[in-house]
Design a protein around this ligand. Structure first.
Ligand code: AMP
Length: 512
């Protein structure tokens, strides 16, 4: 399949090619070039790819052509795409609209947070493509609103995230109701054992195609880490927002109750802030996102529900008000900025108890997060061993350290990353472009390239015994499973939501 260069080479129908032309795509992305021919040959497929690689089109395009012959019967959908969140499901639905515009296929989006009535009406008419989050699909199935016996194609999208969210039992239940003669496609960024087990159980002699890269933070993002006392978090956050001339930002909290509190604080400080998390009704989430996109809201205080899939052009900053407990979430969170060729800045507010999580983040991003001291409340980073895989030989003092003229204490110093931003960001289209695009006055520049306000300076590493609070203590703060969330990972109870387009995560490799 390596000689595929154009969409025409893939064997797609003329109508689909026309829709692709309308979308302005000139050539298939690597995952599309590899996956589409297998899918059109009716093979089962495992696709190792992240969002942002063009993965959604790699299954929607051939599905449209496969389903273009035949008709759906009432309440008997012909294909099913399972996605872990409402946003991702909505993104898949948008893909079907965009690429299927010259076909007469019907689709229905079955996600929580919207009324079932309309969804049931659509099912009654007969649908070619059912796009669903697992919970809502099972609810409707259990109520006898649909039969799954005519299902010809099944797609399990973001299988590793499904696992993370505790959806695997739901998926097994759903798949057990599908006919054995079907085509099954499974996409995942990583292949943990549980996902591997799923592929062995549900896919028949699948082809595996892979374009996945290990999680990496985009080179366009200038990352900062600052240590704070828990009680000073709000103060430090506002201080950074003021000093950095933040145009707009995603601010991630680990706990929903902190979201409301922080929103109120930011609004009191004169910013237009709004909350985004899974407990809000879908309508509110959609409206909030629209307001953020058109600058009526500049600070979106959110849970991880907004970490993946959300594509807002020209976001200048991402703040981790809390350090995420899962390193993958860090990469997804900061990936909301530094998109589509623009630069971005991220700030992570850590307490000494977060070191374990920071270590994991540094391990998967293969970098060492530069510690920046902010104001009086900042604490320098407790001494620790460099993260495995951290680029030790590349380490060298960065500009600020040089300027400060403070030689590092060799015993205590951790390897410093070479700031990608120093080099790459200067030559890249700057974030001010994002700001211009949004008609804003204040542009942000990478931290290393602008004059540092007095209060912000690099912290030298100090030895400290500061070790970790027990994870269990932190976990207590998350909601416990209950009858409604069916024992799903409490961390993600809030996960599922609204309208989304675009690159899910880092800049896709085909755009670099
Ligand atoms: P996905 O990985 O499915 O989230 O897709 C990421 C983004 O890439 C979406 O905004 C798509 O519209 C876009 N995209 C998908 N395929 C192509 C292509 N062949 N050329 C350019 N952009 C694409």
């Amino acid at each position: 399949m390596s000689d595929i260069e154009t969409f025409e080479d893939l064997g797609l129908t003329e109508e689909t090619l026309r829709a692709l032309k309308d979308a302005g795509y000139t050539k298939p992305t690597p995952i599309q070039a590899q996956a589409i021919p297998h899918i059109l040959m009716a093979r089962d497929l495992v696709g190792l790819a992240q969002t942002g690689t063009g993965k959604t089109a790699s299954f929607t395009l051939p599905m449209i052509d496969i389903l273009s012959t035949g008709r759906a019967k009432a309440r008997m959908p012909r294909s099913l795409v399972l996605a872990p969140t409402r946003e991702l499901a909505a993104q898949v639905a948008e893909n079907f609209d965009k690429y299927g515009k010259y076909h007469n296929l019907t689709k229905v989006l079955l996600v929580g947070g919207v009324s079932m009535g309309e969804q049931i009406k659509q099912l009654d008419k007969g649908v070619d493509v059912l796009i669903a989050t697992p919970g809502r699909l099972l609810d409707l199935f259990d109520r006898g609103m649909m039969m799954l016996a005519d299902m010809k194609v099944l797609v399990i999208d973001e299988a590793d995230r499904m696992l993370d969210m505790g959806f695997i039992p739901d998926i097994e239940k759903i798949v057990s109701k599908l006919p054995p003669m079907r085509q099954t496609l499974l996409f995942s960024a990583t292949m943990p054992n549980e996902v591997k087990r799923l592929t062995e159980k549900f896919l028949s002699n699948p082809r595996t195609v892979s374009v996945s890269a290990p999680a990496t933070a985009s080179k366009m993002i200038t990352q900062n880490l600052t240590y704070v006392q828990p009680r000073d978090k709000k103060k430090v956050l506002t201080q950074i927002i003021k000093q950095e001339k933040v145009a707009n930002a995603f601010i991630f909290c680990n706990r929903k109750r902190d979201i409301a509190d922080l929103c109120a604080h930011l609004n009191r400080e004169g910013y237009t802030a709004a909350a985004m998390h899974g407990d809000l009704v879908q309508k509110t989430r959609t409206e909030t996102l629209a307001k953020f996109k058109n600058d009526e809201i500049t600070m979106l205080v959110c849970s991880d529900v907004a970490a993946r899939g959300l594509d807002v052009q020209g976001v200048s900053h991402v703040f981790n008000y809390d350090i995420p407990m899962h390193a993958d979430d860090y990469v997804h969170r900061i990936g909301r900025t530094g998109r589509a060729g623009l630069t971005g800045v991220s700030w992570s507010l850590a307490t000494k108890d977060d070191d374990k999580y920071i270590k994991e983040i540094e391990k998967i991003t293969k970098s060492t997060l530069p510690v920046v001291e902010v104001g009086a409340s900042a604490k320098s980073r407790p001494a620790q061993k460099p993260a495995e895989n951290a680029p030790q030989e590349k380490s060298q003092p960065n500009n600020q350290q040089k300027n400060q003229g403070k030689p590092q204490d060799k015993k205590q110093a951790r390897p410093r990353p070479v700031r990608n931003a120093d080099k790459d960001v200067k030559s890249a289209p700057v974030a001010s472009k994002a700001v211009e695009q949004k008609g804003k006055a204040a542009a942000h520049t990478p931290v290393d390239n602008h004059e540092q306000p007095l209060e912000i300076k690099r912290a030298d590493h100090k030895a400290s015994g500061g070790r970790l609070a027990k994870e269990s203590k932190l976990i207590e703060n998350y909601e416990k499973p209950n009858a409604n969330n069916k024992g799903r990972n409490p961390r993600y109870k809030d996960d599922e939501p609204s309208d989304v387009v675009g690159f899910g995560d880092d800049l896709p490799s085909f755009m670099r």
